[in-house]
Every structure is written in structure tokens, then in C-alpha cells.
Design a protein around this ligand. Structure first.
Ligand code: SF4
Length: 243
């Protein structure tokens, strides 16, 4: 953080202190200011916050079983209670990596597919990242809640809408794959709601939330037998114990 930003935080916190704002609220307000500064500091045409990046096997959905390079962007404001990557939520806890560096890393592997995931990757404008990856000959896939404005050029768009922050119509309109995480019985009605929103040729998947698999798999199996346009999706990478 630069000196000017530091002064800015102190100045705003001091202002609220003068107004009699409690310490707890002051810390909260400072966190908002910090987030604002972090947004300003990320130039998505050059670099992005990255929690991890690795070459592995896609464990889910239409491309399940295919080798793919994963880039997990840091930062998420969706807040799913059952999220299994909560450590991705705070982007300030992760390094900002140059797009050039990421493309070079991918190019050192035999990967053909690059999956951009998160966190919530659409918190950032992904036009430059995807243009660079496609320009280097890679397929660009995304896994997103769709809760932020659409950006990027995508060869495959996996939409996984979350009840905690609804997807935008511009994202449901381009879904190649709809993946609904089934955490309880009401998620089947939620799935049907979004089935109406996505394109007709969109692939439809029901995936049990990992910790609820035992209870939800029998319900998903029964549902798919009655509604064969849907498919069961399991997180096969977890069974293979790979990232
Ligand atoms: S959108 Fe993804 S990363 Fe964000 S809270 Fe939900 S499951 Fe976690």
C-alpha cells in the first residue's frame, strides 16, 4: 500500500471516529476502504490475484476426465455457507500475478484447456487474460456463479448459480453447462428455475455438495431418472485425491 493510500485510510477512520462511530464499525469501514484500494490496484489488463494455478484433471462436468490447467483467481463475495475454498475469499491474502507469467506457465505444460475458476473469477474483467490464452492456442473455460458482469472470450462457460448472490441474465444467457450444487431438497426447484433461463442446448448437471453426498446422491439419482435431461455430476478429482 502506498503512503497516500495509508494516509487516506487514517483520514477516513479518523473522520468516523470524530463522528462517534464505534471501533468495530470503524474497522469495518476501514476494510471497505482497503477493498476499494485493492480494486484500484488491480489492472486486469496486466495482472490478476491468483490463489493457485496447477495442471491437473478436470473432475467435474462435460469435460470431466480431461487434462486442464487451472487458474484459481482470488476473491469472492458470494458467500456460500458450504464453500470448500473459503481461503480464496480475501484477494488481499494472495499474490497478484502478471498475465504474461500465467500464460508462460501454461505453455510449459501439454495443456490444451485452461480453466479459470475461483473464488469468483468474474469479479475481474477477463478480456485480456482470455484473449492472451486463446491467442496462444488454448481453449478457455470458466467456472462461475455468474454474479458479476460478463467479460472474457469463452470456449466453455460453466454456470453454477448460487442462492447467496443471484447470477446476472447476461451470464445465464451464455451458459454451456449449468451445474447446480445440491445441498438440500429445495435445490431441485432452484435447478428447475435456472433450467428455464439457460440456452436450450445447455448441458444440465446436478452435483451433491461434498459434505452432504450421502444424503443427496439417492435424491439426485431418483430425480435424474425422472428428468433424464439432467445428469449426475460427481467431483471425481476428490475421489482421485488430486487437486
Ligand atoms: S461462489 Fe464459489 S468460491 Fe465463492 S463462496 Fe460460493 S463456492 Fe465459494
Amino acid at each position: 500500500m502506498g503512503g497516500a493510500d495509508h494516509v487516506q485510510i487514517l483520514g477516513i477512520a479518523g473522520f468516523y471516529a470524530q463522528k462517534g462511530v464505534t471501533l468495530q464499525k470503524s474497522v469495518y469501514l476501514k476494510s471497505i476502504v482497503k477493498e476499494h484500494i485493492a480494486v484500484r490496484e488491480i489492472d486486469a489488463t496486466k495482472a490478476l490475484p491468483v490463489m493457485e494455478h496447477f495442471y491437473t484433471i478436470q473432475g467435474e462436468g462435460r469435460y470431466q476426465g480431461a487434462a486442464a490447467y487451472f487458474i484459481r483467481l482470488a476473491g469472492c463475495d458470494v458467500g456460500c455457507v458450504w464453500c470448500d475454498v473459503k481461503e480464496s475469499w480475501d484477494r488481499d491474502e494472495h499474490p497478484i500475478m502478471e498475465i504474461d507469467f500465467l500464460v508462460e506457465k501454461v505453455a510449459k505444460t501439454p495443456a490444451k484447456i485452461v480453466v479459470i475458476t475461483g473464488g469468483e473469477p468474474l469479479m475481474y474483467n477477463l478480456d485480456t487474460l482470455t484473449k492472451r490464452l486463446q491467442g496462444a492456442g488454448f481453449r478457455t473455460h470458466i467456472e462461475t456463479s455468474g454474479a458479476h458482469p460478463l467479460s472474457g472470450q469463452w470456449d466453455w462457460f460453466c454456470l453454477s448459480p448460487k442462492k447467496f448472490k443471484a447470477p446476472l441474465p447476461e451470464c445465464t444467457a451464455v451458459a454451456s453447462e449449468l451445474k447446480i450444487i445440491v445441498f438440500n431438497k429445495s435445490d431441485f426447484a432452484w435447478a428447475e428455475l435456472y433450467q428455464q433461463e439457460v440456452p436450450q442446448d445447455c448441458h444440465l448437471y446436478l452435483q451433491p455438495e461434498w459434505s452432504k453426498s450421502e444424503q443427496m446422491i439417492p435424491l439426485i439419482v431418483d430425480y435424474v431418472k425422472l428428468h433424464p435431461e439432467w445428469r449426475v455430476c460427481l467431483q471425481s478429482h476428490k475421489f482421485m485425491e488430486i487437486p
